[in-house]
Design a protein around this ligand. Structure first.
Ligand SMILES: Nc1ncnc2c1ncn2[C@@H]1O[C@H](COP(=O)(O)OP(=O)(O)O)[C@@H](O)[C@H]1O
Ligand SMILES: Nc1ccn([C@H]2C[C@H](O)[C@@H](COP(=O)(O)OP(=O)(O)O)O2)c(=O)n1
Length: 221
């Protein structure tokens, strides 16, 4: 069983995908973490030229963990699980994500990991999983939420509050990044055969349950 989930930043992809994978005893693949790890390596080496970035990623070993209860990712044997969440990576990650040669490399690795864990199942999430990486997935879902809801969620996560200052500080990392990333992946509208779930007025638990229902329907088919 392959479950593919895409959506914009702050729509809840990671939280929901991790919970669904954990409940089903499936593997979990955070493809955004792979782009972040590639970006971390680019920054660590101080490389800026796109072709040099591609060569760097081609020769690197990215090892994303697939345990939904234990987030982990390593680059060339170094654990970067925490480092990839730093602001400097969030601010620069679109440079890597919009490099089409890097995408080709990471997509091949994502397809390999998804195939390896298709038994009993895997939940893979990102921006192009339903459309490019695994369009053959049994469950394909675009998880959305209104911009205000996504901003408020991320502001609470990062600053502990969703007051005006926190919302302003979060805007670029959500709205600005989505604008850049949407030039290379379609995650703002659902493609043919992809379900849409708007989580704006749902609780996290309700959202998880809605995805579990879709999976149960797919099992019946
Ligand atoms: N209905 C909901 N669905 C998903 N996440 C929600 C919901 N309500 C609140 N949240 C919170 O919003 C945040 C979403 O962040 P995350 O899962 O990292 O999103 P994404 O991976 O899409 O960027 C989490 O802190 C999560 O607990
Ligand atoms: N399949 C994917 C996954 C992520 N990306 C890009 C888009 C994002 O800016 C970065 C990081 O993704 P991530 O899912 O960690 O982003 P969030 O901070 O959760 O919004 O990678 C992508 O282009 N394709």
């Amino acid at each position: 069983m392959k479950i593919a989930i895409d959506g914009p930043s702050g729509s809840g992809k990671s939280s929901v995908s991790r919970a669904v994978a954990s409940r089903l005893g499936y593997a979990y693949l955070d493809t955004g973490a792979m782009y972040r790890a590639a970006c971390w390596l680019m920054l660590d080496r101080g490389v800026t030229d796109d072709d040099e970035v591609t060569a760097l990623i081609r020769s690197a070993e990215l090892e994303p963990g697939t345990d939904p209860d234990h987030e982990s990712i390593a680059v060339n044997g170094r654990d970067v699980t925490t480092a990839i969440r730093e602001d400097r990576v969030t601010s620069a990650v679109s440079k890597v994500a919009t490099n089409l040669d890097v995408r080709t490399l990471l997509i091949a690795e994502q397809r390999r990991l998804i195939a390896e864990h298709a038994e009993p199942g895997i939940v893979a999430e990102g921006r192009d999983i339903t459309t490019v990486v695994a369009p053959d997935a049994e469950v394909r879902l675009l998880l959305t939420a209104r911009e205000e809801a996504r901003l408020a969620r991320r502001a609470r996560e990062l600053h502990g509050t969703a007051d005006a200052d926190s919302l302003a500080a979060t805007r670029e990392s959500i709205v600005g990044r989505d604008a850049k990333d949407s030039t290379v992946a379609t995650f703002e509208t659902a493609s043919d055969g992809v379900h849409t779930l708007d989580s704006s007025s749902l609780t996290l638990e309700e959202t998880i349950q809605a995805v579990m229902d879709l999976v149960a329907d797919a099992h019946e088919d």
